[in-house]
Design a protein around this ligand. Sequence first.
Ligand SMILES: Nc1nc2c(ncn2[C@@H]2O[C@H](COP(=O)(O)OP(=O)(O)OP(=O)(O)O)[C@@H](O)[C@H]2O)c(=O)[nH]1
Ligand SMILES: [Mg+2]
Length: 247
Amino acid sequence: MFVDVAKVFVKAGRGGDGIVSFRHEIYIDKGGPNGGDGGRGGDVIFKATENLNTLLDFRYKPELKAENGANGGKQNKHGKSGENLIVKVPVGTIVRRNGDIIADLTENNQEVVIAIGGRGGFGNAHFKSSVRQVPRIAELGEPGEEFEAELELKLLADVGLIGFPNAGKSTFLSVISNAKPEIANYEFTTLTPNLGVADVDQDSILIADIPGLIEGASKGKGLGDAFLRHVERTAVFAFLFQLLQSC
Ligand SMILES: Nc1nc2c(ncn2[C@@H]2O[C@H](COP(=O)(O)OP(=O)(O)OP(=O)(O)O)[C@@H](O)[C@H]2O)c(=O)[nH]1
Ligand SMILES: [Mg+2]
């Protein structure tokens, strides 16, 4: 199934807490503070990949959480940082937060931090000074960023094939590229975009074939016009017309 919009809850890891601890050694009267700092919370990172072309996975995984940082330990032990969560998204994914674009992943392997992990808290060892030899305070870790991210996929093709249903768009794509789209002699054979790669000299171009448009599509007729988002960013449109109408 092809899905080009999705909402996911992203939650970066919480920073670990710093702790209060003092050295306890037999021959040392008053041990100094040795409470370690908490580790940093993991980030939620989106990574674009050419191997995906739908946001379908996010329908089943609506919550994306990175790991929390661990608390600090005795003997100045620094808490372990939380692992970053790396989430693969299709190239062409736009991420919004409250309607504002915060990321547009247009390149293969591009990575963007979507939600930042919280800072770990300082342990009491951090607060030792000449005037404060026995600090009994430590900080709590900070929460990671969390919010609902709105995802929209706008495929990034070089050429967009547009036309009435049954005009021969998918046939054209099947001839000039490696794609094997469904072809049939009825309207709306193509229900979701097909992508094909065509080799041109030493280069290759990406071609998108989208469902046919009929008059009134902007008002929802046929399959509507929402699929136009996938050819919004193409450099070239190719309009296909049927020259001979059999009757
Ligand atoms: N005679 C002739 N038939 C063609 C040509 N190109 C496509 N067809 C036929 O036209 C019909 C529709 O072709 P498709 O490629 O499925 O058309 P489409 O524009 O993708 O249609 P939708 O996906 O429904 O929008 C099929 O039966 C094709 O075999 C052509 O150049 N000449
Ligand atoms: Mg088609």
